[in-house]
Write a protein that binds this ligand. Structure first.
Ligand SMILES: *Cc1c(COP(=O)(O)O)cnc(C)c1O
Length: 380
């Protein structure tokens, strides 16, 4: 019989904290490797389809105990998010546009029938987690605390159906700058023999199942001297994303001299990157419209190759939370390299560097822009 009782919503005011009795001391900044060390605590919130969300708990960081038949292990009921907290010059802790990550997490959850939740409440819980581990948020510019919210189905049993039990947990990892010695431009392999995402699929969701199948093509590309895959789609060979980042190209119109910033449209095959969205908005509002066009449109590797040959390719870069931007210097396609211009003697293009500066300033609170930099704690 269908239950008529109302399921409990996620409620941050019910948060209970159990402190870690043997906390680790933070690693020196120069020893931080991306996602390799974690803070002393984690946030856990259980859910079931009888009661809804249980009381949130912060507990010492440690292993999970799950039934081996749990649906996460067999049918990939798993999704995640990635965002960062930054310590500003006044010792305030800021998270960059967490509302966007929470909205995306809820969309991912809805797609694989895991429970959704009130975004504001989870942001409050994450704020408390960060405050508790504040000694482990690195102080230096370029350093931050990477936040990994995760949602899994935990129902025991091998039937493929709607999970009746779920666990939302959040772990955090102190991280250094993606480029510790300045930008390093990458070489990509244009990949058309493997497809990352397709229309009607789930490539626009941060589901764990999307990522494991991308490692084999990455190894294949690496064996040929390319660090990442430039994912193409369809007979048209449209450019979609690079590795696990969105991607932008800059072209120049030889007749008008006008430049065009291009990225693929959100048609369901593209992950809706928060960095992508931020770059588009900042470029639309800050670049001179007499000199620039900013477009979300389909464009193919053939357009890139042909325009590069005519000297119309200006620069290209990937975008994502981990690196903000990742400059591209070459793309292997049909046995030849397309050279992507960089500034003379540099590992980046002009706009690549510009957008990185713009976004970093907002992230560290050096500049206020709308409500993008959300203060979660004041450590002073
Ligand atoms: C997470 C992710 C991105 C970047 O998203 P951000 O919100 O900017 O970090 C881009 N593409 C894929 C496939 C991703 O998983």
């Amino acid at each position: 019989m269908a239950s008529t009782t109302k399921l409990a919503p996620l409620d941050a005011s019910k948060l209970a904290i159990t402190k870690n009795a043997s906390p680790k001391t933070p690693l020196p900044n120069e020893q931080l490797k991306f996602g390799q060390s974690f803070t002393n605590h984690m946030l856990k919130i259980q859910w079931n389809d009888k009661d809804g969300w249980k009381n949130p708990e912060i507990v010492p960081y440690g292993p999970l105990v799950l039934d081996p038949s749990a649906c996460v292990f067999h049918y990939s009921f798993e999704l995640f998010e990635g965002l960062k907290a930054y310590r500003d010059s006044e010792d305030k802790i800021r998270i960059f546009r967490p509302d966007k990550n929470m909205a995306r997490m809820n969309k991912s959850a809805h797609r694989i029938v895991l429970p959704t939740f009130d975004s504001e409440e989870l942001i409050k819980c994450i704020g408390e987690l960060i405050k508790l581990d504040k000694e482990m948020i690195p102080k230096q510019k370029g350093y931050s605390l990477y936040i990994r919210p995760t949602l899994i189905g935990t129902t025991a049993g091998l039937g493929v159906s709607v999970p009746s039990d779920a666990l939302l947990y959040v772990i955090t990892s102190p991280v250094g700058p993606y480029y510790s010695t300045g930008f390093k431009a990458v070489r990509l392999e244009a990949t058309d023999y493997a497809t990352r995402a397709w229309p009607g699929g789930v490539g626009d969701k941060k589901l764990g199942g999307n990522y494991a199948p991308c490692i084999r093509p990455q190894l294949d590309a690496a064996s040929r001297g390319y660090q990442q895959n430039l994912w193409l789609f369809g007979d048209e060979k449209y450019i979609t994303e690079v590795g696990t980042m969105n991607v932008f190209f800059v072209f120049k119109d030889p007749k008008t001299g006008k430049k065009e910033l291009v990225t693929a449209p959100l048609d369901g095959t593209i992950l809706e990157g928060v960095t992508r969205d931020s770059i588009l908005e900042l470029c639309r509002t800050r670049l001179n419209p007499e000199e620039w066009e900013v477009n979300e449109r389909y464009y193919s590797i053939n357009e890139v190759r042909d325009r590069a040959a005519k000297g119309e390719l200006v620069e290209a870069f990937g975008s994502g939370t981990a690196a903000i931007v990742s400059p591209i210097k070459a793309i292997g396609y049909e046995g030849k390299d397309i050279d992507v211009p960089l500034l003379p003697g540099q590992e980046f293009g002009e706009l690549t560097n510009q957008v990185a500066q713009w976004i970093q300033k907002i992230q560290y609170g050096d500049e206020e822009y709308k409500n993008w930099s959300h203060v979660v704690a004041d450590l002073k």
